[in-house]
Design a protein around this ligand. Structure first.
Ligand code: TXA
Ligand code: MG
Length: 337
């Protein structure tokens, strides 16, 4: 199948109305979108992505009013979060009604809903009379795409169309929140674009991080190995990692100037040369997040033997950065199917 990359939103809408699946920009990562209300379209998503059917899909809606049409309840704290964070990088798990096919939620009684903030995505959603199911538009297990070209690389030939909305501004997937009815509290199921502190500030109370990495995860994005580069990636103290891998060609990821990264890693001229790439010269965590996946992809194509990365400060989006690095790390690859 020929895959077209285009900025034409009308064409994107036409493909979707014909129950085809397309690459679609959002502010977090690109999604692989199809009509969430038609099982035919949803099935095509699972097939194109090579995703196991037990892993549910997020449903994208244009606004709060549309969200209400697919659920039976909107617990108050979650409604409050939606009012403050939508449109934005927050996915909310809510009890679904029967308009949402079980195939979308993989049998879960809750559906993950999100109003994305990318203007192109919003415009597309407003043009359609149905919501869009969309996982990240990468083949199962690989790094999520943050440009239309990334989508082409992974899924070109398998889908007819990629809507190009430029590089994603956030660069990491949305934060997923859930509500524990029994204890009447909000849970974070996946760390992402919106930080825990921000959520707690909005709610005026602490929330529980319940990142489920068990065999039957509530949100399988929590499977330990995910977002993996093909090259082995190690995360930890750069100087220790550099020493341990000095016999091979290393790519050091970090932030600040290249000199700073090389210094932190204690790279000297002996041994095989190492190269450093800065995810943010100005040490801005949001910029690190925005660049992370495209740097991981570039690294995979650049002829190194290993990727070495530090742990970033565990605050705000830094938590999500560390989470994605840990999931991509070599130590976790044994978890891949
Ligand atoms: O930022 C994002 O969330 C992107 C963009 C495209 O919106 N989407 C995304 O989708 O990251 P995906 O499928 O790659 O990751 C969604 C995660 C998965 O771990 C999935 O298991 C979980 O959300 N999830 C989706 N619906 C769920 C549900 N009904 N119950 C529990 N977990 C759910
Ligand atoms: Mg994904």
């Amino acid at each position: 199948m020929e895959t077209i990359i285009s900025t034409n939103i009308e064409d994107a809408a036409d493909w979707l109305r014909k129950d085809e699946v397309i690459g679609m920009p959002t502010e977090t990562v690109y999604g692989l979108a199809g009509n969430a209300l038609h099982e035919d379209a949803v099935l095509k998503i699972y097939l194109a992505k090579g995703r196991p059917r037990f892993n549910p899909l997020i449903v994208h809606v244009p606004d709060m009013v549309q969200a209400e049409k697919f659920i039976t309840r909107f617990p108050e704290p979650l409604r409050h979060l939606a009012e403050k964070c939508w449109p934005g990088s927050l996915t909310i798990l809510l009890p679904k009604n029967n308009r949402i096919p079980d195939l979308v939620t993989a049998g879960n009684s809750k559906v993950g809903l999100r109003v994305p903030s990318h203007p192109v995505t919003l415009q597309l959603l407003h043009m359609l009379s149905f919501p869009l199911a969309a996982p990240s538009a990468n083949p199962f297990g690989y790094v999520s795409p943050t440009t239309a070209q990334h989508v082409m690389k992974g899924l070109g030939g398998k889908i007819p169309f990629v809507l190009d909305g430029g590089p994603c501004a956030v660069g990491l997937e949305s934060t997923i929140v859930d509500f524990d009815k029994e204890h009447q509290r909000v849970l974070i199921r996946r760390v992402g674009g919106i930080g825990q502190q921000q959520i707690e500030q909005i709610l005026g109370q602490k929330v529980k991080l319940e990142l489920d990495s068990s065999r039957h995860p509530v949100a399988p994005g929590q499977l330990k190995s995910h977002y993996a580069t093909r090259l082995p990636l190690y995360i930890g103290e750069l100087s220790e990692l550099n020493l341990a891998h000095r016999a091979v060609r290393r790519l050091l990821l970090g932030w600040g100037s290249i000199e700073e990264i090389l210094m932190e890693a204690a790279v000297d001229d002996a041994g095989i040369a190492a190269e450093a790439w800065s995810l943010s010269e100005s040490k801005n965590l949001n910029e690190v997040a925005k660049n992370l996946f495209s740097f991981m992809r570039k690294a995979d194509e650049s002829g190194f033997d290993v990727i070495l990365a530090p742990r970033f400060p565990d605050q705000d989006i830094g938590k999500a950065i560390n989470d994605r690095l840990a999931k991509a790390s070599h130590q976790n690859k044994a978890w891949l199917p």
